[in-house]
Design a protein around this ligand. Structure first.
Ligand SMILES: [Zn+2]
Ligand SMILES: [Zn+2]
Length: 381
């Protein structure tokens, strides 16, 4: 009985592709495609029409897919155009690659592996790549990994990307796919043939990061923490035991370690009054704000305002900054780039270059987490 219950739960939470090692990724999410050209770059693809006909596409051949009155119109060379409610381009050799050109734009040099399902959705086409999980993970590492050069760094990023994928596997389930290819989920611009990245993904195959209760962690990361990571609650209001403040000695000489922004005196005063400051605007307190470490709020006398909101309002690179006056300008001296929570990519790159392993790097930025095979993680919430 207990065993049966266990299996029923497993079936409910797992979409079929979860168990088959595949993931459904929506491609060109932000382009609202109404027209796409599918080109085979390697292997062989098949399209099955509703009339029972099979169209074969070999390397170098292409098919056009258009949204047409709520349905799809498909036209491949050497075969008649046909209409359908949805279509799948199925790879047949096990080593099949394709490219997509969307809305007549210049083709991007992005190759995708696996199958492509096309479904009309209002006036656009959902382009859903059914892709092997580890190829997807390597593609995300390529897109999100920044300028890393070291395999231990890429292994770290692969575990982060894989953990995110499993944790949010059903994020778009209602939309008929698992994850989109934007930073809303994880950036994915197709597969990569960078052997360092594919090797890092392969060598950490199946590994994910879990918290003390064995559930998958929120594997947050950012470009540079400026020497100190941010507690999760400063950014997302809720805290996590593994997303605490960490003093980071590794990223302080990296590219995104510091920044400055100059604002005129009057603009700064105007901004403060817009956000509700009603004190004396000639008071030097409002121009002299220099916390020693990351703080949740900007303060001037009794006025407080969240740093994360100030970052958004003023389009700043981070929410970790001091304010001072120079001449007739207000200068914001900032540290780091990004929200600052979790792993600092530029710090992780330096750690990897100094010989630290991926597990040491993950342990440094996410306190108290373990790295386990996804089979041993508590995927069910
Ligand atoms: Zn998404
Ligand atoms: Zn850092």
């Amino acid at each position: 009985m207990v065993r049966n219950l266990f299996f029923s739960i497993l079936i409910i939470i797992s979409s079929p592709s979860f168990l088959t090692g595949q993931v459904r990724i929506r491609l060109f999410t932000s382009n609202d495609p109404s027209y796409a050209v599918f080109s085979v770059s390697a292997g062989r693809y098949e399209i099955n029409t509703y009339s029972g006909q099979t169209i074969i596409l070999k390397a170098g051949e292409l098919a056009m897919i258009s949204e047409y009155n709520g349905r799809l119109a498909i036209k491949a060379r050497n075969s008649a155009a046909f209409e359908c409610d949805s279509v799948i381009f199925s790879g047949k050799t096990g080593n099949d690659l394709f490219t997509l050109r969307v809305n007549g734009k210049t083709p991007l040099r992005q190759h995708y592996s696996g199958d492509l399902q096309c479904i009309p959705d209002l006036e656009t086409i959902l382009l859903i790549n059914i892709c092997d999980i580890e190829s997807y993970v390597a593609g995300v590492v390529k897109a999100e990994g920044g300028s890393g050069k070291n395999i231990e760094y890429f292994k770290t990023q692969a575990i982060i990307a894989r953990t995110y994928m499993y944790k949010y596997f059903n994020k778009h389930a209602v939309d008929r796919y698992n994850l989109c290819d934007e930073t809303h989920c994880q950036a994915f611009n197709g597969i990569t043939n960078d052997s360092l990245i594919t090797g890092a993904s392969y060598e950490t195959k199946g590994l994910v990061a879990v918290g003390p209760d064995s559930t998958l962690i929120i594997s947050a990361f950012h470009s540079n923490c400026g020497g100190e990571t941010s507690p999760a609650e400063f950014v997302w209001l809720t805290s996590q035991p593994y997303l605490k403040r960490v003093t980071d000695p590794w990223c302080r000489s990296s590219r995104n370690a510091s920044w400055t922004k100059s604002i005129s005196f009057d603009s700064w005063k105007g901004y403060l009054s817009e956000i509700g400051f009603s004190g004396d605007s000639s008071d030097s307190l409002i121009f002299n704000f220099s916390p020693e470490s990351r703080v949740n709020d900007y303060r001037a006398d009794s006025f407080t305002y969240p740093m994360r909101q100030m970052r958004t309002d003023l389009n700043l690179r981070s929410a970790f900054f001091k304010i001072s006056v120079e001449g007739d300008s207000v200068i914001i001296h900032g540290k780091g780039y990004g929200h600052g929570v979790g792993l600092c990519q530029e710090g992780a790159m330096v750690m990897a270059a100094r010989g630290y392993t991926f597990s040491q790097i993950i342990d440094f930025y996410y306190s108290g987490v373990r790295i386990v095979d996804v089979k041993d993680a508590q995927v069910i919430k």
